[in-house]
Design a protein around this ligand. Structure first.
Ligand SMILES: *Cc1c(COP(=O)(O)O)cnc(C)c1O
Length: 388
């Protein structure tokens, strides 16, 4: 079966050119970057090059501001815990975040609450945006960090990051952003935004899994994350995952080169899917913001349709999308993001997220429209007309 992959916010396929760049570091160039001999030097310069590539992509002033990590989750943990641990009992114990963070930030903050930190989870409006006035009012003298997701992975809403950083700067509070869903989709420039810390993950932009980076603006005060050897300037010890880091560097080059072309293509595909579904299916609702939105994410609630059922039926037809609900141990918990938008649980459970990527075609979108239309009609015909 030819599969249609519409789950790019979960992960993306590895770009062949990226694999090619990685191969030498999985074979001949096996050195340890800390060794001073030939093998070590080869690897060290490859890691340095990747660091420059990442710094260049996000407009960092110096490659020294980039720390390689094991991915988005680790970068989020490093930023939030790093600042928290450094500031604890000196500057304060108050952290501000949002109620629609990725679990990597949300659960880190919940963990910190058990260790004496106080966390404010800002609510969002029905489109997923925080209120800047509310942010202003929430900042206190003991606020040590503001961590706000840039592009939400479930609904695609983009926060006004530059304004957020402006407000934070007025109060001298550092800002971290989880920009995992922004890279390769919208331009990201740490100087334009004014963030102090920013998380990236390679596998969300056609790079390998298990590698990411954390941007740490010079003079940002945070504790080192992994203790051991002197790798990553003592900030994150452990022998570098060289092949993955090199792959990330290559993926960054391609993301930068193709940003405009890709996003133009993806806007068209998303519009095609949105319009096709709207035309053919009654009583469907799109979640998220109409303008401040990642163009590749389409979160749709289908009235009277179980999202899980729709996803399973689509999977049988070779179409891979994702649910707006987190499925935990057999019970379907409504997504915390959709709940925060004020969407009732029964509507949240009828939600499917389609996330488009660079490998999708118009034909795939047309087939998806056809199959979704068919399946929704079938499910609705055997269910009563209320929300499931
Ligand atoms: C995927 C994702 C992460 C986690 O990144 P990993 O590299 O998979 O750990 C964090 N935040 C957002 C917004 C994501 O989409």
């Amino acid at each position: 079966m030819n599969h249609i992959y519409l789950d790019h916010n979960a992960t993306t396929p590895l770009c062949p050119q990226v694999l090619e760049a990685m191969m030498p570091y999985l074979t001949d160039q096996f050195g340890n970057g800390s060794s001073i001999h030939f093998y070590g030097r080869q690897v060290r310069s490859a890691v340095d090059k990747a660091r420059e590539q990442v710094a260049d992509l996000i407009g960092a002033k110096s490659p020294g501001e980039i720390v390689f990590t094991s991915g988005g989750t680790e970068s989020d943990n490093y930023s939030v815990k790093g600042v928290a641990l450094h500031q604890k009992n000196s500057c304060g114990n108050h952290i501000i975040t949002t109620s629609i963070e990725h679990s990597a930030v949300l659960h880190t903050c919940e963990h910190l609450e058990k260790h004496g930190f106080e966390v404010t989870y800002l609510p969002v409006d029905r489109h997923g945006l925080i209120s800047l006035d509310q942010l202003r009012e929430t900042i206190r003298n003991d606020t040590i960090l503001i961590s706000i997701i840039y592009v939400n992975n479930e609904i695609g809403t983009i926060q006004s990051m530059a304004e957020i950083c402006g407000i934070a700067q007025d109060h001298g509070v550092p800002v971290h952003t989880d920009a995992v869903q922004a890279i390769g989709k919208i331009p990201v420039d740490v100087e334009d935004l004014g963030v102090n810390l920013l998380s990236l993950s390679a596998h969300k932009f056609y790079g390998p899994k298990g590698v990411g980076a954390n941007y740490v603006r010079r003079r940002t005060r945070l504790a080192n994350f992994v203790h051991g050897g002197a790798q990553e300037r003592n900030r994150r010890a452990g022998t570098e995952n060289v092949a993955a880091i090199v792959g990330m560097g290559e993926a960054v080059e391609i993301a930068k080169r193709d940003l405009q072309e890709n996003s133009d293509r993806i806007v068209k595909l998303t519009n095609r899917l949105r319009n096709g579904l709207r035309e053919k299916i009654e009583n469907i609702y799109e979640n998220g913001h109409s303008e401040h939105k990642d163009p590749g994410t389409l979160s749709i609630s289908f009235e009277s349709v179980s999202g899980e059922m729709l996803l399973m039926r689509l999977d049988m037809e070779g179409i891979c999308a994702s649910s707006g609900s987190a499925c935990a141990s057999g019970s379907v918990e409504p997504s915390h993001v959709l709940a925060q938008l004020g969407i009732p649980p029964e509507v949240a459970q009828s939600t499917v997220r389609f996330s488009m990527g660079s490998t999708n075609t118009e034909e795939q979108i047309d087939e998806t429209i056809e199959k979704v239309t068919e399946i929704v009609a079938q499910i609705r015909s055997v269910q009563n007309s209320s929300w499931v």
